[in-house]
Design a protein around this ligand. Sequence first.
Ligand SMILES: Cc1ncc(COP(=O)(O)O)c(C=O)c1O
Length: 383
Amino acid sequence: MEGTRLQSKLPSVGTTIFTVMSKLAADTGAINLSQGYPDFNCDPALIDAVARHMREGRNQYAPMQGVPALRRAIAEKFAALYGAAYNEDTEVTVTSCGTEAIFDSVAAVVQPGDEVIVFEPCYDSYVPAVELSGGRAVVVSLRYPDYSVPWDEVRAAITPRTRMLIFNSPHNPTATILRESDMKELIRVLEGSDALILSDEVYEHIIFDEARHQSMALYEPLRARSFIVGSFGKTYHATGWKIGYTVAPAALSAEFRKVHQFVTFSTNTPMQYALAEFLSAARGYPELPAFYGRKRDLFLRLIAKSRFTPLPSRGTYFQLLDYSAITDEEDMTFALRLTREHGVASIPTSAFLYNQKAPKVLRFCFAKKDETLEEAASRLVKL
Ligand SMILES: Cc1ncc(COP(=O)(O)O)c(C=O)c1O
């Protein structure tokens, strides 16, 4: 508008690295191991179920809080896996993806001037959500190379203004997981504080080597102050469906729903019914550790003779590779060159960093067909 000076509410935000790298991969014909989504289809039976519900007429607005059958199935899953009792009517809300669930949780409780502790490398939607609510992100750096949580620094970062801490396990982009000892430490660190937790558990079912996912729901002192976010996109190989959820104690869920009802109001109806069928039958997710564990191992075997050095991938469908034996380039420079000259797109971890200098690692997504991984690896071993 002429004469009006538009002041951005998010001046430091540009196009996300995922969009940039996926577009570059498309433009150059590179194999896209950058953005985190499968290049194979979801279960045809799930698609059939959606189509059936559409044909049967379930095509109008779903209830604001989600279809009852799906909320029930989510509550039952938390009871079965984590021994946590969530009331399906007051404590479970279906959202239009994990990103919406994250945004609504932050918007529901963060007030201007509040501090929110985030951990870098940090998923890119957290800090903008905090800043749009007038909060201030306090960034704590995970310790490279094992990306462990520096609990002494977390303790020091907590102040009376700390409204929330945002955790993500299994963790994107590092593929690390929280351990039982971390959860015990977190309970101790939060004693005497009113801080809430936003726990991004969208990769809860993609965890390897017999490890148990450490949900906040497993520990009553943590559960009582947590918004826990899930995403069916990750679990059912359907990231484009954009359906997720939040579980949280009733008082938190009530505030959460006030935001949700004015952000999207409600979520895609036939897909909720189809997902409810699968989830209530414990279909699709119990096999994910073996399914993705095999893909991780295949990818690692295929690049074993390369000059990349893998960091441990304990969960998610990402693998960090250290490239310091190949070049001294900064990660963004190398990621661009790797895409343009060698035909493999990845994500530089600098995109997830605020304070720390980026280490010489790139993130590769192995949620791909075996032949995609084979072709990508054949290019990576030539470097
Ligand atoms: C850590 C993390 N949280 C949240 C999301 C968003 O999930 P959704 O696709 O359901 O919005 C992603 C997607 O990549 C993610 O990696």
